[in-house]
Design a protein around this ligand. Sequence first.
Ligand code: NAP
Length: 461
Amino acid sequence: MNKNSSNIMALAPNTSNKRETVCIFGTGDFGRALGQKMIQSGYSVVYGSRSTQISNLIPKDAEVLGHAEAAQKAAIIIIAIQRQHYNFLTPLAEVLRGKVLVDISNNLKLNQYPESNAEYLAQLLPGSKVVKAFNTVSAWALQSGTLDASRQVFVCGDDVEAKQMVMNIVRALGLTPLDKGSLLAAQEIENYPLQLFPMWKFPIFLSLGLTAFFFFYCLALDVIYTYIYENNNFSFFIAITIPNRVFPVMALILLALVYLPGIFAAIIQLYRGTKYRRFPDWLDKWMLCRKQLGLIALAFATLHVVFTLVTPMRAFVSWRTSKGIISQALNNKTEPLNHTNAWLSDSYLALGILGYFLFVLLGITSLPSVSNNVNWREFRFVQSKLGYLALIFCTAHTLVYGGKWFLSPSAYKWYLPNIYILSLIVPCIVLVIKFVLIIPCVDKPLTQIRQGWERNPKYSE
Ligand code: NAP
């Protein structure tokens, strides 16, 4: 196939139903699913198998031959066989010379072998052109047609023409090829389906750890302490009250942790007087998972909103309200409206609503479909400027809500501070240092450093 014809196919994949013959080695789950999809897309499929008996599992219209015979019928051979069996291909080296071999294999563990499966195949058969593709698509997705989640097919290989031929097949099957370059990229492509939320691990473990810590902290102070010293059984606090204390605290701390690495980075750059030295590994990793931290913080903030909205439905709240009314009636005395309290409650609600609105805006703009439609400056404006504004609103929301308790001795049960005091430590540190960093005499050298200026150029060597 010459280059021009492949380009035409790429632009108009459905102009003809007749396509070339493709050979698939292996009649296992993936070989059968891919073969079926190829036949539907107009390809002729011939299987190379250890057994030439046609079973009813093999797609109708496909031929099944011995490996050597099948390979002779096609220019492209898809190797739908596990890597550990690749040795059987060595005696077929002559038949496979000049052919395009598509390695679709995956491993069971990350970096299981010193070289990728595709590179190993290329070493076994140096006369063939090896292309890595299709390993991120599952047999089940091909069979059931639910390809929405895995529509993208990573392709890599050293022979450009061979890679184009494979990419044309990918397009003809209704998938989107993504050229990842030479065969050196195969290891990364093979590791891809084995990763389990790589960027989410640290944020998830951190959130679980902090949530557990704050939950038991509240349990000790709000339930156990009250039971021991006041003989009140508030164990039902476990369902709504304590979670609704932990959720906002987590949202606030995680939001502050999104901005803390940026603060560290600025301090390190100012100290070093250059931006041309790598940050410590821990800081690099932390910076890379800021989006995930922010999204988990948004999830906690949303839970806080929902838990707060159900508060009036709680039996405990109705009991406490009616108790207040009855006591006023019994004493024949109406409590006057406390204007300070009215101001405080309206203010913290307004700050919370504004903070949550900005929080949601940050979450929405971090979605690829939205962030792809804004330029870098717009993205930074939302994520940095509006992000800090969200942090200010949420910190102020907590301060106004919990402020009156901070000075009260009853807030210090067992000499431990109230959970809201703890939640303010990291956000306040972030906001105070940020405030120092935007003072012109600090901001100016920092901006210069970020534009490439160096205090001592020897650092850039
Ligand atoms: P499978 O169902 O076990 O099929 C493997 C096929 O390899 C067998 O049906 C057999 O075909 C052939 N084979 C087995 N032992 C062999 C040997 N000693 N010598 C020569 N051929 C041998 O496996 P699969 O799920 O189709 O996976 C095949 C490859 O696709 C693997 O490398 C896998 O990592 C990759 N993959 C699979 C999926 C998936 O969803 N299943 C997704 C992406 C990638 P014959 O009996 O016809 O010879």
